[in-house]
Design a binder for this molecule. Structure first.
Ligand SMILES: Cc1cc2nc3c(=O)[nH]c(=O)nc-3n(C[C@H](O)[C@H](O)[C@H](O)COP(=O)(O)OP(=O)(O)OC[C@H]3O[C@@H](n4cnc5c(N)ncnc54)[C@H](O)[C@@H]3O)c2cc1C
Length: 369
């Protein structure tokens, strides 16, 4: 197949674009992926890779729970290829108010048949002895896990390639009806164009309701067993869904290498990718208030990434009226690794008129038009 005769062009080979290319080529469509940089090197490489069920609203819960089931299937019998771990998440409750939030979360997740249980303080410390004394308890969500997302993106692309997809290294500079324009001036046509360019999407469609939310992360040397679950404070939810201002939240991840990945921060109104010492220090200090021994560990590397955030925190998955034949798969904010596989299935179902496993209307782009 040459790039001149494809059914669908996917712009961007992050985890979302790679998943879309995989899902479309699996259905027999001839797919071309256009990526101007390293596949999986955008937000996908910057993220934590936490596969997490989030329940801020029914649409978010439905999408994350569905996608986690797809991840477990994909990772299957070869978890090492994804550096997958089924570590689960412990939501840490500092006080009675957060414990009440944990109970409410447990109730919601249970109604979705998701495996979770409340932890007393004694159980919390038995699971995670490094947590500071005096915490009120926690909630263990057993089905959550983690992957090394750039690797998973490459595995999705590999599968898409086996299914006939082709990849081209080029920058898309414009989108027309049923076509894209490349930096060298050439024009590629296809019945479908899928915009999956993460925070790069708005440069191609300036009216898109997506803004960058900057995040910092840090990774330590190897300390196997220091923590065993992804540890997240209940207060994280407030930080994750703030619509303005800078914030940090405690989010600690045990990498399968024994390293500890430390997050996270959120900042609006900046596209500067530089690590900001003040923000990084604030994030690390906050993490050490919940796990004091963290202060003595060796941090090897710090970096930042940009999340593509929509006003309501839900992704844009579906047709876009701005151009004929244009589809969106973007705006996944801090959950794009988790929700990539479900996104791809919902997009493919809409494109091919199939019935989808979950309702797709909450994520349709025209909700903002
Ligand atoms: C600090 C941080 C922590 C995170 N933690 C998690 C987490 O634990 N769990 C989770 O689920 N999510 C997490 N996320 C969110 C997740 O990383 C993103 O939602 C997800 O990676 C988005 O994937 P994507 O494919 O849409 O975008 P990207 O990975 O950014 O991919 C877009 C691709 O498009 C390409 N591109 C852009 N413009 C063009 C163009 N004009 N022409 C050609 N190619 C183009 C880019 O080079 C890039 O490769 C985190 C994000 C950050 C920043």
């Amino acid at each position: 197949m040459t790039i001149a005769d494809v059914d669908a062009i996917v712009i961007g080979a992050g985890v979302v674009g790679a998943a879309c290319a995989d899902a479309l080529s699996a259905r027999g469509l001839r797919v071309a992926i256009i990526e101007h940089d390293i596949a999986g090197g955008g937000a996908t490489a910057a993220g934590m890779g936490h596969l997490v069920v989030m329940d801020d609203n029914l649409a978010e819960l439905t999408l994350t729970a569905y996608s986690l089931a797809l991840w477990r299937e994909f990772v299957g019998q070869r978890p090492q290829r994804h550096e997958y771990s089924n570590c689960g998440t412990i939501w840490v409750a500092a006080d009675e108010e957060e414990l009440a939030a944990a109970r409410s979360k447990a109730h919601t997740l249970s109604t979705f048949n998701l495996d979770c249980r409340m932890l007393t303080p004694a159980e919390l410390y038995a699971h995670e002895p490094q947590l500071r004394p005096g915490l009120a308890g926690g909630l263990l969500v057993a089905g959550d896990g983690l992957v090394y997302a750039p690797k998973s993106a490459r595995l999705l692309l590999e599968r898409a390639t086996h299914q006939g997809a082709v990849t081209r290294r080029a920058r898309v500079t414009g989108i027309d009806d049923h076509a894209v324009v490349l930096a060298d001036g050439s024009r590629l046509q296809a019945r479908h164009v899928v915009l999956a360019a993460g925070t790069g999407s708005r440069a191609l469609l300036p009216a898109l309701p997506v803004q960058p939310k900057k995040g910092h992360l840090a990774i330590t040397d190897r300390y196997p067993g220091f923590v065993r679950h992804q540890l997240v404070e209940l207060g994280y939810i407030k930080s994750a869904h703030a619509a303005s201002g800078d914030s940090v939240a405690f989010n600690l991840q045990p990498r399968p290498t024994g390293q500890i990945l430390i997050g996270s921060s959120r900042q609006f109104d900046t596209t500067d990718p530089a690590v900001e010492p003040a923000m990084l220090a604030r994030m690390l200090r906050h993490a050490a208030t919940l796990t004091p021994a963290l202060a003595g560990l060796n941090v090897l590397r710090c970096w930042t990434g940009m999340r593509a955030a929509t006003p309501d925190g839900l992704p844009l998955i579906g047709p876009c009226a701005a151009r004929r034949g244009l589809w969106l798969a973007t705006g996944h904010e801090g959950l794009g690794i988790t929700t990539a596989l479900a996104t791809a299935q919902l997009l493919a179902a809409q494109m091919l008129g199939e019935s989808a496993a979950i309702p797709y209307h909450p994520y349709l782009p025209h909700r903002f038009s």
